[in-house]
Design a protein around this ligand. Structure first.
Ligand code: GTP
Ligand code: MG
Length: 470
C-alpha cells in the first residue's frame, strides 16, 4: 500500500493527493467513483514522458518539482515531506518523495517502481513516468520506457556523478540504448544539479558533459540535431523548469526552459484508424475486470467487442478511463484503464494484448529477428542454444536462440555470405528466437512499438532487436 494515502488525513489534502498517481503502484488501481460522469476528451494532445538516467541523477526530484510548480502539490504537503525526509536522515530527498511514494523507496532514497503523475502545459497533457535508475530495477525502467513517446534523460553535473553514470556499466549508457530501442524517438537531455557547489552553474562543466554525450547519443542511433535537446537545470531549486533561467543565477543560458522544450517537441502519433492494439501492463478487479495500458494503435470505444490475445477471449468494453475521467473513446498514445466484461481477472496476464477482433495481433512461440549484440557477459560467444530474458512491449519471457541465420555487416547493412555459427560483441545477426509460452508480437515494419525488444541475461542488457518475420 502506498504510504502517500496512509499519511493523508485532511480531506483537502486528499484532493491534492489525487493529482499524483503512482504507476503500477497500488494507487493507480483505484478508479475514483466521485468523478464518474463522462467527459469528452480534451483537445490537448497527450504525451508520455519517461524520466531516465543513472541512479541519484535527480529524476524523482525533478518530477516532483514539476508537479509542485504546476500547482499539484501544496506547501503543506511539501512541509510534511521535508519533515519525513529529515526524520529518515534524507533531508534533500523531500522533493523526490512526491514521486517516490512507498516506504521502501523513501527509506532507501531510490525509486523502485515506475512512478506515474500528470501535469499540463499550454499545449499538452503529460504523463510522467519516473523510472528507477538503479541497475537492479532495469526491467521496471524498460516497462516505463516502452510506454513512453519522449524521454527526459537526467544527468547529474555534480563532480564525479556524471562520470560514474557515463562509465561502462553506468545506467546513463544503458538507459539511452534501451530508450532508443524501445521507441523513445526524442530526448531532452537535462544537465541537473547545476546548483551543486562543485558545479555552481559552470558553463565549462555543462559544455564538457554535452560534448561527451553527443558522440555517444549518435552511436546509440539518435540524430542529435533533430531529436535531442540539451538544457541545464536544477531540479531541487526548480531552476529553468517552468520559467526561463534567472540571469542572476546563470548568465550564459538563453535557451528554453524545460516546460517550453516539452511543449515544442513534435512526435508522430500512432494511427487511430489502424487495428486496435493495447498491451496490458496491469489488471485488477473493480466491478468487473479492469486492464491498464497504453494504446499503440487504433481507437477504442465504449461497447466495442475486442479480443484479449493470445487467448482470444472475447470481451466487451464497459467503460474507458483516462486519468480520473470516463471517456467514450480513446486513441493512440493514451494511457487507459478499461473495464471489461466477459473475462476473469485471473485469465489475464501482463503482456497480453487487447486487440481488434477483425484483425487481431499475431500470437507466436517463434519468430525471426535482427539482433544487435551489445555486451555479452564475460565476452561470451553468442550461438544457437543461448538463453536470455526477452522484453517486448509489456511481455517478459524466457527465450532461446534456436538458430543463427545470417550475419549482417553493420557498415553496409548487407547480409554476409559466410555461414554463421557464432557471433561476438558488436555483431548484427539474423536469428530464430523461441519462447515456451505464446506471446503477442508484430513485425517491426508493421508496428514498431510491438516489434522491438531487448534481451537480458543476469540483469544486463546484452542485445537489442527487431522482429523481422513471424
Ligand atoms: P533513483 O530513483 O534512485 O534512480 O534516483 P533519482 O534519479 O530519482 O534521484 P533523486 O531525485 O532521488 O535524487 C537523488 C539525490 O540527488 C537527492 O539527495 C536529491 O536531493 C539530489 N538532487 C536531485 N536534484 C538535485 C539538484 O538539482 N541539485 C542538487 N544539489 N541536488 C539534487
Ligand atoms: Mg527516483
Amino acid at each position: 500500500m502506498r504510504d502517500f494515502n496512509l499519511t493523508v488525513s485532511d480531506p483537502k489534502e486528499e484532493v491534492q493527493a489525487q493529482a499524483v498517481e503512482a504507476g503500477p503502484k497500488a494507487k493507480d488501481k483505484e478508479i475514483p467513483s466521485v468523478q464518474d460522469e463522462e467527459v469528452e476528451q480534451t483537445e490537448k494532445r497527450h504525451l508520455n514522458v519517461v524520466f531516465i538516467g543513472h541512479v541519484d541523477a535527480g529524476k524523482s526530484t525533478t518530477g516532483g518539482q514539476i508537479l509542485f510548480l504546476s500547482g499539484q502539490v501544496d506547501d503543506r504537503t511539501i512541509q510534511k515531506y521535508e519533515k519525513e525526509a529529515k526524520d529518515k536522515s534524507r533531508e534533500s530527498w523531500y522533493m523526490a518523495y512526491i514521486m517516490d511514494t512507498n516506504e521502501e523507496e523513501r527509506v532507501k532514497g531510490k525509486t523502485v517502481e515506475v512512478g506515474r503523475a500528470h501535469f499540463e502545459t499550454e499545449t499538452t497533457r503529460f504523463t510522467i513516468l519516473d523510472a528507477p535508475g538503479h541497475k537492479s530495477y532495469v526491467p521496471n525502467m524498460i516497462s516505463g520506457a516502452s510506454q513512453a513517446d519522449i524521454g527526459v534523460l537526467v544527468i547529474s553535473a555534480r563532480k564525479g556523478e556524471f562520470e560514474t553514470g557515463y562509465e561502462r556499466g553506468g545506467q546513463t549508457r544503458e538507459h539511452v540504448q534501451l530508450a532508443k530501442t524501445l521507441g523513445v524517438t526524442k530526448l531532452l537531455v537535462v544537465v541537473n544539479k547545476m546548483d551543486d557547489p562543485t558545479v555552481n552553474w559552470s558553463k565549462e562543466r555543462y559544455d564538457e558533459i554535452e560534448s561527451k554525450m553527443i558522440p555517444f547519443l549518435k552511436q546509440s542511433g539518435y540524430n542529435v540535431k533533430k531529436d535531442v535537446l540539451f538544457l541545464p537545470i536544477s531540479g531541487l531549486m526548480g531552476s529553468n523548469l517552468k520559467t526561463r533561467m534567472d540571469r542572476s543565477i546563470c548568465s550564459w543560458w538563453d535557451g528554453p526552459c524545460l516546460f517550453e522544450a516539452l511543449d515544442s517537441i513534435e512526435v508522430p502519433m500512432g494511427d487511430p484508424k489502424r487495428p486496435f492494439r493495447m498491451p496490458i501492463i496491469d489488471k485488477f478487479k473493480d466491478m468487473g475486470t479492469v486492464v491498464m495500458g497504453k494504446v499503440e494503435s487504433g481507437t477504442i470505444r465504449e461497447g466495442d467487442s475486442l479480443f484479449i490475445m493470445p487467448n482470444k477471449d472475447q470481451v466487451k468494453v464497459v467503460a474507458i478511463y483516462i486519468d480520473e475521467n470516463r471517456v467514450k473513446r480513446a486513441g493512440p498514445g493514451e494511457n487507459l484503464r478499461v473495464r471489461l466484461s466477459g473475462v476473469e481477472e485471473e485469465d489475464i496476464l501482463t503482456g497480453f494484448v487487447l486487440s481488434s477482433v477483425a484483425n487481431p495481433i499475431s500470437a507466436v512461440t517463434e519468430f525471426v529477428a535482427q539482433l544487435a549484440i551489445l555486451e555479452l557477459l564475460d565476452n561470451a560467444i553468442f550461438t544457437a542454444g543461448y538463453k536470455a530474458v526477452l522484453h517486448i512491449h509489456s511481455v517478459v519471457e524466457e527465450c532461446e536462440i534456436v538458430e543463427l541465420l545470417q550475419q549482417i555487416d553493420p557498415k553496409t547493412k548487407k547480409p554476409m555470405k559466410k555461414k554463421v555459427l557464432f557471433v561476438k560483441n558488436g555483431a548484427v545477426v539474423l536469428c530464430r528466437v523461441q519462447v515456451s509460452n505464446m506471446i503477442c508480437v508484430e513485425k517491426f515494419s508493421d508496428f514498431p512499438q510491438l516489434g522491438r525488444f531487448t534481451l537480458r541475461t543476469e540483469g544486463k542488457t546484452i542485445a537489442v532487436g527487431k522482429v523481422t518475420a513471424l
